[in-house]
Design a protein around this ligand. Structure first.
Ligand code: WQD
Length: 346
């Protein structure tokens, strides 16, 4: 089995990707310093795949500790790099912490990939590199606009570092995956977003529905959209995960046309905040306590993907529709509440 190193493997998208990689025949090890990730994610992964998965509790900003992982695993054929801070409001408050962590960890992992000849690399990027796109749906060829946050800027810079690195390393293959709005959880109800300090829409909805919050706000209903609320491209985390497996197979099998290719990962359909709330209420049977509030600074009005390239080149598709996204998100919130009662070790 081909062995892959997944950084940030105890995080939300990293954990779901490990499940997909293993279920598609890869051998996987994880590195996660657990500053944001959780061992509960690893336990959940092991329950789903039915085998142990090793995690190295290492800070990728420490080059010696990172190199030790590659020394111990000389049979690595690829890296999927998720490990990064990703909370937008936190990045606004702490830009230097974001630049230091997100860029140093990327530089170190690329340095190790070069030194140990691990020449298949998938980088976790984001639709936030587009800022407020001029054209919709947004294609990979769209220019980078001014990013809305330091987080988004670390993704723009991270892509640039990957491009410049592969420019002089023709035998090194990189895929940049730009996620739109990842939501939902694995259908098993065993893994999801464990430690969510974000204030993203879907976790806020499910926490309000289960009673962890008394109410929630809809940030702005006076935007130039069909119902006045912002439009996003919500995409199931399992569909995002499977794209990583397809991307690795694409470069390991040398099907790639250039050694640095980028793909949008979105459904291609824009959904407003109010439409998503209606979908959640319909699927969960829960009436949501929300109020129509003022706009949130920095919000992009409307963004959704042109995903034709991932479909035609990677053979990627989306298996989960909006109802399934809401249903699995709600199932996960209920599972978390049940875990609290039975105190899952981790
Ligand atoms: C979505 C919409 C809010 C909370 C995220 C990530 C970013 C990137 C893209 C991966 C907005 C509205 C939200 C609430 C609301 N993903 N909202 N009430 O801002 O699109 O960015 O996806 O890299 O990292 O942060 O996502 O879920 O915060 O907001 O009305 O309580 O929901 O105004 O219109 P966003 P979000």
């Amino acid at each position: 089995m081909k062995k892959i190193l997944v950084t940030g493997g105890c995080g939300y998208i990293g954990g779901h990707t490990i499940v997909d990689l293993i279920q598609n025949g890869f051998d996987v090890i994880s590195v996660d310093d657990l500053s944001r990730g959780s061992m509960k994610m690893l336990h959940g992964i092991e329950k789903i795949v039915g085998r142990p998965v090793k995690n190295y509790k290492v800070d990728l900003c420490n080059l010696d500790d990172t190199e030790a992982i590659f020394l111990e695993n000389p049979d690595l054929v690829g890296v999927v790099h998720f490990a990064a801070f990703k909370t937008v409001p936190e990045s606004v408050r702490e830009p230097l912490m974001y630049f230091k962590n997100n860029l140093n960890s990327l530089i170190n992992i690329l340095q190790c990939a070069e030194d140990f000849d691990v020449d298949n690399f998938v980088f976790s990027s984001s639709c936030s590199v587009y800022g407020n796109p001029k054209e919709l749906p947004v294609a990979e060829s769209a220019p980078f606009m001014e990013p809305e946050s330091p987080y988004a800027r670390t993704k723009q810079m991270g892509e640039g570092i990957c491009r410049d690195f592969t420019f002089f390393h023709k035998d090194f293959n990189t895929i940049l995956l730009r996620y739109f709005n990842p939501v939902g959880a694995h259908p098993s109800g065993l893994i999801g977003e464990f430690q969510d300090i974000s204030e993203n829409l879907v976790p806020v909805i499910t926490r309000t529905a289960i009673g962890k919050r008394p109410e929630m706000s809809v940030f702005g209903t006076d935007y130039p959209t069909r119902d006045g609320s912002c439009i996003r491209d919500y995409i199931h985390v399992c569909d995002i995960a499977h794209a990583h497996t397809l991307a690795l197979q694409y470069i390991i099998e040398d099907r790639n046309k250039s050694n640095c290719e980028v793909f949008n990962l979105g459904t291609g359909t824009g959904v407003t905040v109010l439409e998503l709330i209606n979908a959640f209420e319909r699927v969960s049977g829960q009436k949501l306590n929300y109020k129509l509030d003022k706009r949130r600074p920095g919000d992009v009005v409307e963004v959704y993907a042109n995903n034709n390239k991932a479909r035609s080149v990677l053979g990627w598709g989306t298996d989960f529709n909006l109802d399934a996204m809401m249903e699995t998100a709600w199932r996960w919130e209920q599972a978390l509440a049940a875990h609290k009662k039975v105190a899952i070790p981790g």
